[in-house]
Design a protein around this ligand. Sequence first.
Ligand SMILES: *Cc1c(COP(=O)(O)O)cnc(C)c1O
Length: 426
Amino acid sequence: MRWVSTRDSSRSLSIREALKSGIAPDGGLFVPDRFPSLSLRDFDSVSELPDVASVLLTPFFVGDPDLSRELPQICKNALNFPIPLRPVPGRDRDFILELYHGPTSAFKDVGARFLAACMETLIRVEKRTSPLSVIVATSGDTGGAVAGAFYGRSGIDVKILFPKGRISPRQEKQLCAWGGNVQAFAVEGAFDDCQRIVKQALLARPWLSANSINLGRILPQMIYYAWAGLARFRETGTAPNFIIPSGNLGNSVAALWAKKLGLPIGVVHLAHNANHAVVDFLRTGVFRPETTIPTLANAMDVGAPSNIERMQSLYPSIDDLRRDVHATCASDAEIESIIRTSEREWGQVLCPHTATAAYARRLIPEDQREWILVATASPAKFETIVEPLVGHEIELPEALKHLLNQPSQSQTIAPQLSALFSALGE
Ligand SMILES: *Cc1c(COP(=O)(O)O)cnc(C)c1O
């Protein structure tokens, strides 16, 4: 299996090259040159997440004997926490897929841990002697997941850039409390400055970008859709439908790739916040990037989702896309009203991102179809929004509690690449 750019399919790369480069040389995103086709019978003997993962991902690693051999171990290492699929009390056909039980309490743990495990394996099999540097700019969730995933892995160091004073104290803690091989830099500027410095650094140094468009983060996100789809299909004989809180569309592209492989996945409903570029695209058939609108579901504040290129490449026809993919927006007021009643209606307090999915569910008519709401983060990460709405404290997950008790370390730098280099002593 080979990987091509969404912008030019004439040159192809191996999985290893694609994982290491992150983005295609022409600025496009990597997609498979053709999709393998899996039969449901291939999954007959597996039901646990890491085992489903190995069967699902094997075709993508064909051609790389090292990674293929290590794949079962990489999957086990990445999926070292539970992903429950819970029926919603009082609702016959609704389920919640809880992706937030990982080390940093958000679904990005799955992709970040898989990428980290792949890189650790490559360092070992390639007998690399100099350390591999991973760099990432973050406005919140991503940096924490990447830091946690790479923390303590041998032969790798991690540099995280965040906009100083512009993220919540709890988010900052999740970037700065690791120590060890994780270095956090507070940039005196905005998120865009952090991103610019990372882009420049990647041109100047052979560092790895751990941003969310890396294949090593997209591929493993197929796992939980495959697993949940199989679990419901075995029960009912019908493919369940999914509602996915969406921003940059990485999580939902993974669902669509799993569907394309032949897994039992029905409609994929994209739940957005007030950022409406994707909803407009489905309506008009023309994609127009928008400026980003800040909302309560801030990990989904994306005006021009980069993974739209992968979606368009998967669905060259807008009519085919409209058959499989639906989308809605939720305003901040709608998000708040969902959170307020979430314990009663959904059996748990929902985070602002997951609330957009619950809002979307309200707009879908009740019929025989099953819907799986994808819960992307724990409400405890967004306590300043959620606690006043539900009127009580949200208990912290253990992993988060531990991290928040560690001392913070970060270096403040001016918003220039030269400042990063001098802080690193280069
Ligand atoms: C990143 C994130 C999203 C959006 O995921 P995309 O893959 O960018 O669409 C949704 N919810 C949470 C909690 C996130 O951290």
